[in-house]
Every structure is written in structure tokens, then in C-alpha cells.
Design a protein around this ligand. Structure first.
Ligand code: LLP
Length: 406
């Protein structure tokens, strides 16, 4: 990757994606998440990085799509994503969103609660359509990850507890409905998980629940597979994870004597995280009594994860990757906010103003969680493949920043 050339062409900060890496990971999932006993399907959880060109890539690679808002769904509609391969998630879909989803024949609405189910019933009857749904279950598994990204503990805002009053009400509503067809169950137990164990428990619970039904259901196991950020991360490997899930599911189905129609996974982070790198230019270098700062021309506006989750990253200075690393540095952004720090106490070589700094593994939840705080402009996004780069999202302009202001 010629970062200096990319800086000349597109400026910084800049999100740079290695498309070969994305395709390689998708391929790993596709080859290994397969069974002779049931159908399989892989969804890309687009909240990790949802832009038109990324969705076109997902479409070309024959994956299905998880969307979680009108905006994500609209982007999919704009690139003619096959509607039957779209799964609509979310714990509080608005009436407008449900309308839009039904109107556009979204494949599956993943229903999070009774209120939503009642709304779907009402709107589906208006359209006189039969809507296929999954119920999102809270399987009560708590994956050991950062507390803000655990989604399946007992009091989670996501999903329904099996056999709770709400669950039973939902099942009876579905039984009496002409417009809703229950196709399966969904669960998502957290994010950035490096362990088989929580998935095993989720599988055991889902299979037991599927036993209650007289027909074979679909079973969506969610995403959450951990990606590599720093040397303290030890991803299981996406092939191994996919193979393990299939094996565990097959074993459990045999053990509990249950048949399912289809198994699904919906990774987001693991598909894009490692393929993305953020390129910054170093401006000020400041020595305080106890710290050496390298200031970069972006920060929490293009990567909120360090401030929000104390996330760690691996950094490098372009052209100095193999230089002696003898400086303990705090890399800080340019926002008026002391917490606007990319990495604290990272060991880097000596840098000069104008050097380019790289943050690796920013492909997931970087661009998609970016903001205009301090009226920072959202950086451009570039895809690089076979040595060729192409702009897929333009850098925001000052005019665009004020476009909606009256
Ligand atoms: N499916 C559902 C229903 C989800 O809620 C999520 C992520 C995924 C799939 C994809 O999970 P992944 O494979 O990307 O871990 N902003 C946080 C991550 C929040 C994840 C929310 N749900 C972060 O930057 O770490």
C-alpha cells in the first residue's frame, strides 16, 4: 500500500480498505460454514461498515445482509440488494421502518418484542402480505467482552426470554395470525468474542427451543467473532469458528433429536475490521512533563472506539515501520476533549511533523460510528485492490456540513 501516494491523492484523515482481505475472510466463512444436514446462510452485519460500494461487494459475493435501521435498509435498496436476502433487526423499529420493510419485501423481519410483533401484524394486514419473521431470543448467555457490547444478559434491551409471558403471548399471536409466519429464531450474544463456549451454550438452548415446533426452523446464531487489533488479541480464526459452529450444531441436533431448516451467522466486525486502516498526518508534537504527544488530524470523530470502549489499536508511522521504537507516546486527536486519544503509552519511533500515522484494524465501527463533533468533516473512504485505489466515499465538504441547517 503506497500511503504517501494515497495522502497526495485523497488527503487525510483517510479510511483505506484492503478489498482482497475482505474477500479472503468472506471466502473462509463460505467454505467452512456448510453442512450436509441443513442449509446455511451468511449475512454481513452492515452496521460495522455500511456504504453503497461495500454493499455492492457483499451482493457480488452472494452474502445476505443484516440491516438495523431505515438508513441501512435504504442504502441496500439503493444498490438493488436482493430484498429476500435482507434481514431487518433492531429493538425498536419505528412504524415508518416497518412500513418501508414490508413495502420493499424484506426477507425476514427479526422481531424483538411483542409491541413490534403487533405493529407488524397490523401493517402486514394493511398491505395484505404475509411477512416472514424470526424472533430474537435472549438466550441469557453473557459473553465476556466489554460490558457495553454485551447484548444478551438477562436484563438486556435485546430479545425475549424463552417462555416468558411476552414470549408466550407472541407465540399465540403468531398462531392466530394470517399475516405472520414464524420462520425461526435469532440470537446475538455479544461482540469481539474469542471463545467457542458462549456460542455452544446458545446453540444448546436454541436447539432445545426448536424442539417445541412441529416444523424445521431457521436458527440465526448472530455474529460477534473477535478480530485482531493488538497482540493481546487471539482470534480463534474464522475458519475454525465457522467449522466449530456447524459441528456443535450438528452434534446438538442429533443429541436432542431435532431438525432445522437453515443455520445462519451474521458477522460484521470480523469481515471488515482487519481490512481497514486509518491514515492520519501528524501535526503538533508536544512534550509535557510526563507525556510525549503526537497530534493527528482526526481522532474521536473518525474513531470513537478508544474513548467509548477503551479499545486498543496497533499503530505505525509510514516509512518508519522498521525503525527503532524508542518513544512512549500518547497519540491524540484534534477535538476539544481530553478524552480524544487514539492510543496512550504506545511505543513508536521518533516522528516529525508531516509524518503519516497508521491505525490498523479500523475497518469496523470506525466510519460507521464517525461524527461531526466540533464540526469535523467525515473523512473519505478508499478501496484498494490489486494495487489500484478507488474513491468510494468522498470527503465531506463544508457546504455539505451545513446543508441541512436553515
Ligand atoms: N447481529 C446483531 C443482531 C448485532 O447486534 C451485531 C452487532 C452483529 C450481528 C454483528 O456483530 P459483530 O460481528 O460485528 O461483532 N460498536 C461496537 C460493536 C457493537 C456491535 C453491535 N451489534 C464496537 O465498536 O465494538
Amino acid at each position: 500500500m503506497n500511503y504517501k501516494e494515497l495522502k497526495e491523492k485523497y488527503g487525510t484523515p483517510l479510511y483505506v480498505y484492503d478489498i482482497h482481505r475482505i474477500k479472503e475472510i468472506i471466502h473462509q466463512y463460505q467454505t467452512n460454514f456448510k453442512s450436509s444436514q441443513f442449509e446455511t446462510e451468511i449475512l454481513y452485519a452492515s452496521k460495522a461498515f455500511n456504504v453503497k460500494e461495500m454493499l455492492r461487494l457483499i451482493k457480488d459475493m452472494n452474502l445476505s445482509l443484516d440491516v438495523v435501521s431505515m438508513g441501512e435498509l435504504y442504502t441496500a435498496v439503493c444498490v438493488d440488494f436482493p430484498s429476500h436476502k435482507i434481514y431487518f433487526h433492531g429493538n425498536n423499529k419505528t412504524e415508518e421502518e416497518i412500513h418501508y420493510a414490508i413495502e420493499h419485501n424484506v426477507g425476514i423481519l427479526v422481531v424483538d418484542n411483542q409491541y413490534e410483533l403487533e405493529k407488524i401484524e397490523e401493517l402486514a394486514s394493511l398491505y395484505n402480505k404475509k411477512v416472514s419473521i424470526y424472533i430474537r431470543l435472549n438466550v441469557g448467555v453473557e459473553a465476556h467482552t466489554h460490558k457495553y457490547i454485551i447484548t444478551s444478559h438477562i436484563d438486556s434491551k435485546f430479545g425475549i426470554l424463552y417462555n416468558s409471558l411476552e414470549y408466550r403471548n407472541m407465540i399465540s399471536l403468531i398462531k392466530n395470525s394470517k399475516h405472520i409466519e414464524l420462520k425461526g429464531f435469532h440470537c446475538h450474544i455479544g461482540s469481539q468474542i474469542f471463545d467457542f463456549y458462549p456460542y455452544d451454550i446458545a446453540i444448546e438452548k436454541l436447539v432445545a427451543i426448536a424442539k417445541d415446533f412441529p416444523y424445521p426452523l431457521d436458527m440465526n446464531l448472530g455474529g460477534g467473532f473477535g478480530a485482531y487489533y493488538t497482540e493481546t488479541d487471539h482470534p480463534i480464526g474464522y475458519e475454525a469458528m465457522a467449522r466449530h459452529l456447524i459441528q456443535k450444531l450438528e452434534e446438538e441436533l442429533t443429541k436432542q433429536d431435532v431438525k432445522i431448516h437453515k443455520a445462519l451467522i451474521e458477522p460484521g466486525r470480523s469481515i471488515v475490521a482487519e481490512a481497514g486502516t486509518t491514515l492520519y498526518t501528524i501535526g503538533g508534537i508536544k512534550q509535557t512533563p510526563n507525556r510525549l504527544y503526537y497530534f493527528v488530524d482526526g481522532g474521536m470523530t473518525d474513531n470513537i472506539r478508544p474513548a467509548l470502549y477503551q479499545a486498543n489499536y496497533t499503530l505505525d508511522i509510514v516509512g518508519k515501520e522498521n525503525d527503532f521504537k524508542n518513544k512512549v507516546v500518547t497519540v491524540a486527536g484534534k477535538c476539544c476533549e481530553s478524552g480524544d486519544i487514539i492510543m496512550e503509552n504506545v511505543i513508536l519511533p521518533e516522528a516529525q511533523k508531516g509524518d503519516l500515522l497508521l491505525t490498523y484494524s479500523t475497518g469496523a465501527y470506525g466510519y460507521s460510528m464517525s461524527s461531526n463533533y466540533n464540526k469535523a468533516l467525515t473523512p473519505a473512504v478508499v478501496f484498494v485492490e490489486d494495487g489500484k485505489d478507488r474513491l468510494v466515499v468522498k470527503r465531506q465538504t463544508l457546504e455539505e456540513l451545513l446543508e441541512r441547517e436553515i
